[in-house]
Design a protein around this ligand. Structure first.
Ligand SMILES: O=c1[nH]cnc2c1ncn2[C@@H]1O[C@H](CO)[C@@H](O)[C@H]1O
Length: 534
């Protein structure tokens, strides 16, 4: 038998693979790795391969079938114990470009702030008398001036004769009945009402429609708490500080401006969006100053706001918001980064319904010499040719700077080409998509197709307080362990792109990128020096 020469075949195979990967954001970089980059990449690849067996191939109590990239809510505690996660936690991540401000901070932090506020009251629609009622009844919070609050005659939510009136939050917690866990039972009830748990996401609510019902409730619970200015201030501060601790150096936060006023320290609902922006700006400055005093100014470039309202409003009503956004941009040019319309896409109005006011908004910007890019949510859907899927066409036609989610993008060859050529980055939120049931795991997520097609991607956390994916380390982790192509160097390119596709002005952007680059090089050197044991 003559021996078979496979060298030509292997050469062709190598060429085909290179051609197939040529569009990827990491293609050029991977061809030109420095020795440090190459070694760091190998260290993390080896660590991932080892943990694929030692962690994800092992038996775990409570996890039936563990695998890398599996359901996040089930595997979060396992992820946190891995070496790969430890490396990613220390990684400089660039910008966080897609996060809804009112769902960005650890729920326990918010609960502690709530309990500090004397002007905050709580009520429920019925008394909480059984454990099952605590699972079905939501707390409603509101600030009030002391003289105006309609207090309940019975100062306990868990008393059978409770009448649905307001109770100071602290009192409601202290008087929570021992049968329902006492004050700790109150805390558990609050936390369950503001987070999604695995039994809900993967059991009782496991469709997009069902889980959105629960998800929407979480925003309802905290709505008037976060709109209360003393808490708003503390919340923004905690959001920025915790982002910095996770290696994020710049943030574009989406703020929900649907409600036209918010609550001042006196408990009155009289503050305006302008007041809110002033607070936001002052907190950003405060955090910058603090970082400077700790000689850490290179770790935080700043933060800007994407103005959002929800697609439940009528097209006529949108005009109030676009005018409001113009006025805010005029007064706070550095704070307003863009404009977006949000809400569950499958059930809210499509972008096309707002076409006239959106086109008018563009004209008004020209008239006033202002520039407020659209940064639209679009294609966060399983639909194919539905109104939510078609939002992608309108987002692109209206000139969106980036696309929030773009989950259904891979169904659209022409749009993919346009996004690649015009460099319209997708703000991909892997864990959010999995918990909201657009995908059952990250290996099934379209991110691999998007990357392979050369569309720029920024990884984002979306609503980490409800999902538990605080910072960006968890989303980076899920993406890294779900692909053999994506390694540490690819994650670096993605982090770099988050700054590149941010709305930072040219000079600021250059500075942000240079600072990230410096931290990135140090990070890789540390990996090499320690063998990844950071
Ligand atoms: O993933 C998302 N897609 C669309 N809208 C969202 C998502 N997460 C949050 N919101 C919207 O943002 C508001 C809070 O700022 C929420 O009311 C919700 O409708």
């Amino acid at each position: 038998m003559s021996s078979i020469d496979i060298s030509d075949y292997l050469a062709d195979r190598g060429k085909l693979i290179i051609q197939d990967r040529a569009l990827r954001v990491d293609a050029v970089k991977l061809d030109n790795l420095s020795p440090t980059e190459a070694t760091a990449e190998e260290i993390v690849r080896a660590m991932r391969a080892e943990e694929a067996v030692s962690v994800w191939g092992a038996e775990h109590e409570d996890i039936e079938h563990p695998f890398p990239g599996m359901e996040f809510l089930t595997s979060r505690s396992v992820i946190m114990r891995t070496k790969v996660f430890n490396v990613l936690h220390k990684m400089p991540k660039g910008a966080l470009l897609h996060a809804h401000l009112d769902a960005t901070v650890d729920v326990k932090f918010l609960l502690d702030r709530i309990l500090e506020q004397e002007a905050l009251y709580v009520r429920t629609s019925t008394p909480l008398t059984t454990l099952s009622s605590t699972a079905n009844v939501l707390p409603e919070f509101s600030p009030f001036p002391k003289s105006e609050v309609k207090l309940s005659d019975i100062q306990s939510l868990t008393d059978a004769s409770y009448d649905g009136g307001w109770i100071p939050v602290k009192v409601a917690r202290e008087s929570f009945s021992p049968e329902l866990g006492g004050p700790e039972g109150f805390d558990k009830w609050y936390i369950a009402s503001t987070t999604i748990n695995p039994a809900e996401a993967y059991g009782t609510h496991k469709t997009v429609e069902k889980i959105w019902e629960k998800f929407r409730d979480t925003f309802g619970v905290t709505r008037d708490v976060i709109r209360f200015s003393p808490i708003f201030r503390a919340y923004v501060r905690e959001f920025l500080l915790s982002s910095i601790e996770d290696g994020i150096s710049y943030v574009e936060a989406r703020i929900n401006f649907l409600f036209k006023t918010f609550f001042g320290p006196d408990g009155r609902n009289t503050l305006t969006h302008r007041d809110m922006l002033k607070i936001y700006g002052s907190v950003v400055q405060e955090v910058k100053d603090e970082m400077k005093s700790q000689r850490r100014e290179d770790e935080f470039i700043g933060s800007r706001i994407i103005y959002t309202t929800i697609k439940i409003i009528t097209p006529e009503e949108l005009e109030w918001y676009t005018e409001d956004c113009l006025a805010l941009k005029k007064e706070f040019p550095d704070l307003i980064a863009g404009f977006d319309l949000v809400g569950p896409e499958d059930t809210t109005k499509p972008i096309i319904d707002y076409l006239v006011p959106l086109l008018r908004f563009k004209d008004r910007q020209k008239e006033l010499g202002l520039e407020i890019p659209f940064i639209f949510h679009a294609g966060e859907t399983l639909g194919d040719g539905t109104a939510a899927d078609d939002n992608l066409y309108d987002a692109v036609l209206l000139g969106t700077k980036r696309i929030g989610h773009g989950f259904s993008m891979i169904k659209h060859p022409k749009l993919m080409e346009i996004c690649r050529e015009r460099k319209i980055a997708l703000e991909v939120c892997p864990i959010s998509n999995e918990i909201l049931r657009y995908t059952t795991s990250i290996p099934m997520h379209p991110i691999a197709s998007v990357l392979n097609h050369g569309i720029p991607v920024c990884l984002c956390s979306d609503d980490p307080s409800a999902f538990g994916n605080l910072g960006l380390s968890f989303d980076f982790y899920q993406v890294l362990v779900s692909s053999e192509k994506t390694g540490l160097i690819t994650l670096g390119e993605i982090a770099l792109d988050s700054l590149k596709y941010s709305t930072l002005e040219a000079g600021e952007k250059e500075r942000a990128i240079a600072l990230w680059q410096k931290r990135w090089t140090e990070f890789l050197e540390r990996i090499v020096r320690t063998g990844g044991d950071l």
